[in-house]
Design a binder for this molecule. Structure first.
Ligand code: SAH
Length: 243
């Protein structure tokens, strides 16, 4: 059986990769990925064949990886964070369905919600939801509905893809929807370039977040009604009674 691995490389630093991800990449002969992610790992895995593609070439990149794996090469497709969370794993399984001799295996990685969460403190200490603000493949009306229901349910909300060159006001729009159900003092935070050069973070209120511009390399956290700001950390209590 030919194997194709989907390896989540974590947020960006070598030390944020799992041991399993490192070992899998060491064993593979070909590494396929978006050039930004490939550049993050290349120096640690020399002597590999790299197949790099630009953004929005996902289907071509996945098909190329499948073709190589079907020829018997040990291939890994690398994704930032985790390969399932807005990553390539599902597409590889869909495209690979017609190949009888191919098995697609996922090697979990640390997704931005977790690595960014750790930078802020403990924002995801209770029930949370992850929502992408990218409407490239999801209708904006559905994104609005998910935001509204998550806000109503008092879930901690973690936003991926909060902005792009074309979608500069989406975070503002999302905050406006959430503010219909949440207080403007709700504790929020964001982390930019997690585990990469230029990492930045900030804790602020929902009202302040609404008027803040972030870029596409940022992950945003909106606390629930219990989330606190303690010693410059964002903390969502699990609910333990402390005296
Ligand atoms: N598979 C990735 C998510 C890809 S979607 C994962 O599991 O983390 C791309 C979005 O992920 C970005 O817009 C941003 O919101 C978030 N993201 C991924 N890596 C990040 C990093 N190093 N720093 C900040 N945000 C990141």
């Amino acid at each position: 059986m030919n194997k194709l691995y989907v390896v989540g490389i974590g947020p960006g630093a070598y030390k944020s990769m799992t041991v399993e991800a490192i070992e899998t990449l060491k064993e593979c002969s070909v590494i396929v990925g978006y050039s930004v992610y490939v550049d993050l790992i290349k120096e640690y895995f020399p002597n590999k064949e790299y197949v790099e593609t630009g953004m929005r070439k996902e289907t071509e990149r996945c098909q190329a990886a499948i073709d190589l794996a079907c020829k018997g090469q040990k291939v890994a497709v690398v994704c930032s964070g985790d390969g399932v969370v807005y990553g390539m794993a599902g597409l590889l399984m869909e495209l690979g369905a017609k190949e009888e001799n191919l098995e697609v295996e996922v090697v979990a990685g640390v997704t931005a919600a977790l690595s960014g969460g750790a930078e802020l403190g403990a924002p995801l200490g209770h029930d949370f939801v992850v929502i992408s603000l990218s409407d490239l493949m999801t209708p904006w009306e559905l994104i609005e509905k998910r935001l509204a229901y998550a806000a109503m349910a008092d879930m901690v909300i973690c936003l991926y893809n909060p902005s792009s060159k074309k979608r500069t006001d989406y975070l503002k729009k999302a905050c406006t929807i959430i503010l219909e159900h949440r207080k403007k003092e709700t504790i929020c935070g964001f982390v930019k370039n997690i585990a990469r050069k230029g990492q930045e973070k900030r804790i602020l209120t929902l009202e302040e977040l609404k008027n803040t511009k972030v870029d596409m390399f940022t992950t945003v956290f909106i606390g629930n009604s219990q989330t606190k700001h303690i010693k410059n950390q964002m903390v969502t209590p699990r609910g333990y009674q402390i005296s």
